[in-house]
Design a protein around this ligand. Sequence first.
Ligand SMILES: *Cc1c(COP(=O)(O)O)cnc(C)c1O
Length: 430
Amino acid sequence: MNLVEVDRKIIWHPFTQEKTADPVILIEKGKGSYLYDNNGKAYLDLVSSWWVNIHGHANEEIARAIYEQSMTLEHVIFAGFTHKPAIEICQRLNSILPDPLKKFFFSDNGSTAVEVGLKMCYQHYINRGVNNKTKFLCFDGAYHGDTVGSMSVSIGSGYHDKFQKLCFPVISVPFPETWFGDEQVGKKEDESISVLTEHLTSGGADSIVAIIIEPLIQGASGMRMCRPQFVKRTVDLVRQYDVRVIFDEIFVGFGRTGTYFALEQTECVPDVICLSKGLTGGFLPLALTVTTDEIYESFLSDDADKTFYHGHSYTANPLGCSAAIASLKLLTNPSTQQSLKDINESHSTHLFKLQNDHSDIIEHARIIGTVAAFNLKDGTKVKNFKQNCLKNGILLRPLGRTFYLLPPYCTTKDELDKVYATIAEIVNSF
Ligand SMILES: *Cc1c(COP(=O)(O)O)cnc(C)c1O
């Protein structure tokens, strides 16, 4: 039996209908923007390996940092103990996050970072003696993870319908997704704000703990983008009602939208920000939930009951922290910052032209930072399009009718020129 056959026999893959799925591809190695399978075929990784990879595969600086750390201290219990890599990554993040976000709570994946954020805000009110705040606001199409709490606030994503009865009830608001040349955007935003206002007034806000939002881009529901001013209007509005604000930057953080964090473009500061995915450059699972002094201090008490009783076995794993430090050093490097701009420019040069040339096939072209997306008008062409790309060594993973290009930051202009040329050829053949 070859390895793929063994895999087929004993492994259950995520988000996969094992009965009908195409055979898995056996990846042997990765370097820079490329993955290589067991036959030596190269694939340009335009999904950045499920959005976690930012500096390319097998980056030597990150690999070395992990190796060196593992020869000194691989892990230690994080209650009652600490270590330098944990302190250093928080200090470094502290210097690029807005000032009020300065208390760092570790966990080990995006979903747990969200659970921590939800629980922190919830208990924050309990600790203050406010017991009637039990509900969360979220957006239609939001995706915040696959654990039960994070599923609850993602109920409109379509991924979790079956689990509805298991989830706690939430209040959802329409998300004003927009694209290049969208003339309805102002109207959509007004509608969202009006629905939100309705929920907040008429006494509703008394029962609401927090609102959770993926700022600028709803990733999993199809790279649905909104304007920064909408996020600001939302935050400014809920702030008038003593409702906390959670930014889920698990996907959009660490340069994806062109700035270190999406919040910079929205000109607002949440009470909580959730970080994971790009945090370690795509090397190791690690997450942070960062909050304010105000929330942190509401847990300080002589009463043990006010403690935040939450933690995971691998909290603040030193290997993950050392990868995160190395990755953040690379991210703040001027040459990486230039790459973010170059990728954005490549997207802009090619994507709008592609749509203009093929407006019968492609619609809703949209770009923020390093993320470019478009929809195929004809959903029956999705599979064919994806397979054609794969045959040409381009790894894309559509979400419904949406295709998106999400390159690691080391991807060059030439590589993207070729990708767009190939895509144009495939579209031409339709
Ligand atoms: C991926 C993702 C999560 C969940 O992270 P996991 O590490 O997969 O649990 C949460 N929120 C957003 C916005 C994400 O993109």
